[in-house]
Ligand binder design. Sequence first.
Ligand code: SAM
Length: 253
Amino acid sequence: METRHSQIRLYVDAPLSQGRDVALSRDQAHYLGTVMRKPVGTKIAVFNGRDGCYLAELTEINRKTAIITCLSLQETQWSSPDLWLLFAPVKKARLDFMAQKATELGCSVIWPVQTDYCQVKAIKEDKLEANAIEAAEQTERLDIPDIKPFTKLDALLSDWPEDRILIFCDERLAGDHNHNPARILSEIGHQKAAVLVGPEGGFSMTEKQKIDALSQSPGLSLGPRILRADTAALSVLTLYQALCGDWIDNAQS
Ligand code: SAM
């Protein structure tokens, strides 16, 4: 017996409505037909980030194509909290990890930033997006994070939106109890927020001065030990959701 959580969920970039046929991608046809060996008549869930989640039936399948027909609205659209993750990319394997965990932890924007000490000079945004979509399907979100292009932190800071807090994970504050997460994050409430995590080499003094010059950029300590960049991202997103995000008041908009 298929349960709601065992149901296959697929993201489609196409309008969804009752009775509408949707052509799946070649990869999705391969996954359903060849990998999962699903026959015509199989029920799956589909979402597109705008129209909610539909129960759909597989009406055509072959090696390269598949068609589904939307049967009924299973869940009305809700969006993840307005939370941005800005991170300096680290080695590939951890980059995929970062995209998956940021999606599971409800980020609306995933923004790779080039910092002074960032070792990575280019990234594959399409790979980042593919990991985010797969994670969104698994984590039962109804939207996918917006993957921004690899951008110089400097450029972002000089045009930072006034109404968004930048929570700065500053390794120099490691162990500084005045900047502990409970204290810093509980003051944020429902304000628009972004978290910033640096690369293996941390942040330069110039970067720290530019960040400090923003109107709302509280420095955050992630405890007395120096965490790897991917551990730091995972930690700050978890703390955010638990102390002021949708783990406490389910602030789905
Ligand atoms: N200098 C260290 C290094 O070279 O590995 C620091 C970099 S740390 C691995 C990567 C990023 O994780 C930091 O820039 C910071 O954003 C975050 N981070 C790690 N440990 C932290 C801590 N205890 N408090 C605040 N941020 C931390």
